[in-house]
Design a protein around this ligand. Structure first.
Ligand code: PLZ
Length: 453
């Protein structure tokens, strides 16, 4: 009997789970509390937990915990399970691969699914120029490799990242990440030759338009670094951890034009925004920008760890043979999952589904904003929407209110995430497989806990 034959006929997770919010204990329940106790004894304290309900099954729009509670998932494991948890096509593809072989290391004895993923990424990413791809495990690892490749190609060293940026937790990517707590504090020294430029943040930018904000950044870059020293500029087309900041129209295209005129590699970090999340396959598509290199992870493989860098052939081919690699990059299980996942994004038009989800989210959240001045801003695109909570008089960020609202939503069985440099942004990243009624129920809970907070 093969492993595939041994799979249970009725999957425990996946979309077959009842799509309902069901609370049978307090959140977290007694079994989760016991697991939290064991976690504290066994796991590094540095590994934090947002909502300590321990999950045993998930699918569609719910997460089921060990106490039998069914929670509404408005986080997708931080924008990962766009096509849903244990999506049947992913389960089938991974199970089939699992029965064939689990690992060879692509750089030792290769296999075709890695090439197929590369071909698919080369086709799906913006631009019809010649492209190449390389596969890795995490978003941070892919960011690191994009920077390595850009440095090798340009022969230059400096890298610019932006205010509010998040690019990862490794030494190089911590340096690119803006926020000190909790990401950087005590973990220095950071990598050299990283510089920061001002972002376009329309809600807090008072009247500065996109091209104007780009000129401000470019002027600072020219004065403080010089294009002759700059290998790459890296930016999230919509910032994720930094607060779902959508730059003003014209900001990104102006930066791209300047990069092209100055032989600076433009790297789009689409780790959080990629794969239908924002209502297009990539957030770069909204303004029609064509990045030189694009970094992808999260939504690429239905929950399996995979990341990628895709970009212009001449840039991607610059490093010496053997200069780019890693033991697990493009693992066959992850590649099988990615092929099934990307096929679904395309054939089921999940970008359209993201836009539908976005319409529900922005409609309901703007209705709350109309009557509650603590909701300072509602922003984002597609199924990547956030509210910024502020003091209604001063406009100052209200992180304490944000914390109370999210904690109350958690207690009501709604998985919500925060973000933002000032900790005052609640973000909505539902799986694209969530049914409308469950999404609406989650928003009703949010409305109620916000009103009570
Ligand atoms: N680039 C734009 O959003 C990961 C981080 C969660 P990894 N964001 C979630 C946390 O607290 O660690 C992210 C991202 C953008 C890069 C990354 C890094 O991706 O897969 O977490 O390394």
């Amino acid at each position: 009997m093969t492993l595939v034959d041994a799979l249970p006929l009725t999957p425990v997770g996946g979309p077959s789970l009842p799509q309902e919010r069901r609370l049978v204990t307090a959140i977290p329940g007694p079994k989760s509390q016991e697991l939290s106790r064991r976690k504290n004894e066994a796991v590094s304290a540095g590994v934090g937990v947002t909502l300590p309900a321990y999950i045993v099954a998930a699918g569609g729009g719910v997460l089921v915990d060990v106490d039998g509670n069914s929670l509404i998932d408005l986080g997708s494991g931080i924008a990962v399970t766009g096509i849903g948890n244990s999506a049947p096509e992913v389960v089938a593809a991974v199970a089939a691969q699992l029965a064939q072989f689990t690992h060879t290391c692509f750089t030792v004895t290769p296999y075709d699914s890695y090439i197929e993923v590369a071909e698919m990424l080369n086709r799906l990413t913006p631009g019809d120029h010649a492209k190449r791809s390389a596969l890795f495990n995490s978003g941070a690892e892919a960011v690191e490799n994009a920077v390595k490749i850009a440095r090798h190609y340009t022969g230059k060293q400096a890298v610019v990242a932006f205010d509010h940026a998040y690019h990862g937790r490794t030494t190089l990517t911590m340096g690119l990440t803006a926020k000190n707590q909790p990401y950087k504090n005590g973990f220095g020294p950071f990598a050299a030759e990283i510089y920061r430029a001002p972002m376009s943040y329309p809600y807090r930018d008072a009247g500065l338009d996109g091209p104007g904000a780009a000129r401000r950044a470019i002027s600072q870059i020219e004065k403080q670094i010089g294009a002759d020293n700059l290998a790459a500029l890296i930016i999230e087309p919509i910032q994720g951890e930094g607060g779902f900041i959508v730059p003003a129209p014209g900001f990104l295209p102006t930066l791209v034009d300047w990069c092209r005129a100055n032989e600076v590699v433009f790297i789009a970090d689409e780790v959080q925004t990629g794969f239908a999340r924002t209502g297009d396959m990539f957030a770069s598509d909204h303004e029609g920008i064509v990045p030189d290199l694009m970094v992808m992870a999260k939504g690429i493989a239905g929950g399996l760890p995979l990341s990628a860098v895709t970009g212009r052939a001449e840039i991607m081919d610059a490093p010496q043979v053997g200069g780019i690699g890693g033991t697990y990059g493009g693992n066959p299980l992850a590649c099988a999952a990615a092929l099934a996942t990307m096929h679904s994004y395309e054939t089921e038009d999940l970008a359209l589904r993201a836009r539908e989800i976005g319409a529900i989210l922005t409609g309901r959240l703007n209705a709350i904003r109309a009557v509650d001045k603590r909701v300072g801003d509602v922003r984002g695109r597609g199924a990547m929407i956030a509210v910024e909570l502020v003091d209604p008089v001063t406009g100052d960020p209200d992180a304490a209110l944000t914390g109370r609202v999210v904690a109350a939503a958690h207690a009501q069985g709604v998985v919500l995430l925060t973000c933002g440099t000032y900790g005052n942004v609640i973000r909505f990243l539902p799986p694209l497989s969530i049914p409308d009624d469950l999404l609406v129920e989650g928003l009703q809970v949010l409305g109620a806990v916000l009103a009570a907070a």
